[in-house]
Design a protein around this ligand. Structure first.
Ligand SMILES: Nc1ncnc2c1ncn2[C@@H]1O[C@H](COP(=O)(O)OP(=O)(O)O)[C@@H](O)[C@H]1O
Ligand SMILES: [Mg+2]
Length: 271
């Protein structure tokens, strides 16, 4: 049986005690899996990732990390905190929240320095990650002055450099051009081939089949209502429409998810 990295049972969470964000979520994350979490805006995807990253804690319900309860008390232990932080990495939806160092170089080196990697290890990992993301020209720049795509690459590099066992990605392709998006998907799949576990929250239906073997769907009432293989879920257009994930122009060609631009050839605009 595959090891379970995370096991969540009946997790409920409200912001400020009054804005419900998760209303009874059950999810199991197996080691080595590739999962996508999909759902309309405001359905709870980012909140779930923040819980998995130990940034917030459920009001009720349980979160188990390798079988042990992950709560504020567990993370208050410095050794466990370091262990957890080096194994679980979250790339935020908004890179401006992630990036805080004066230069790209410091940004990318921050994690490994903090986790106590040796200087030799850091230099090696830095050169590799900068090469992988093609961001050599950016290393002396200020993160806040970069374009959205460049920021996204830097924030992803700053998490991947430490090689987390579980990578959590929040809308990683938002704001990226198709070529950069493509490159990112390939890179993530290589990372997965190295034995890592990846969870991606997205509402980009076009990447779901390429980044996941299992898809968890959030409904508008902030629960996971269905989990299954991408091909099966994406074929159920009625279900996707009901949950605000697609509009009626979405369909599939040759088994690939596909959306047409809005065209209404029979529509008469002259009257
Ligand atoms: N900081 C916050 N304060 C209050 N409500 C929030 C906050 N962040 C998210 N929410 C609410 O929680 C719900 C889930 O949000 P979120 O997890 O960001 O959804 P998604 O990532 O699927 O778009 C939404 O109803 C949203 O309005
Ligand atoms: Mg979100």
């Amino acid at each position: 049986m595959k090891k379970k990295i995370f096991e969540l049972r009946d997790v409920r969470f409200s912001y400020l005690g009054k804005y419900p964000a998760l209303q009874g979520v059950d999810i199991t994350i197996e080691k080595g899996s590739r999962a996508a979490v999909i759902g309309a805006n405001g359905s709870g995807k980012s909140t779930l990732l923040n819980i998995l990253d130990g940034l917030i804690f459920p009001d009720t319900g349980s979160v188990k990390f390798f079988g042990a309860e992950l709560d504020e008390k567990a993370l208050a232990d410095e050794r466990f905190n370091r262990y957890f932080r080096s194994r679980v990495g979250l790339v935020f939806q908004n890179p401006d929240i992630q990036l805080f160092c004066p230069t790209v170089k410091e940004e990318i080196m921050f994690g490994p320095l903090n986790f106590g990697f040796s200087h030799k290890e850091i230099k090696k990992a830095f050169d590799l990650i900068v090469d992988v993301f093609g961001i050599k020209d950016l290393v002396d720049r200020m993160p806040h002055q970069l374009s959205i795509g460049e920021k996204r690459k830097v924030s992803m590099a700053s998490v991947l450099i430490s090689g987390p066992e579980l990578l959590l990605l929040d809308e990683p392709t938002a704001g990226l051009d198709p070529k950069t998006s493509r490159g990112l998907v390939d890179l993530l799949n290589e990372y997965h081939d190295d034995g890592k576990t990846i969870i991606t929250a997205t509402h980009d239906m076009h990447i779901v089949e390429e980044i996941a073997d299992i898809v968890h769907v959030f409904s508008r009432d902030k629960k996971i209502i269905r989990s299954g293989p991408p091909a099966e879920l994406l074929a159920d257009t009625e279900f996707l429409e009901e949950n605000n994930l697609i509009h009626s122009h979405f369909h599939r060609h040759d088994g690939k998810a596909h959306t047409h631009p809005h065209e209404h050839p029979s529509h008469d605009h002259t009257h």
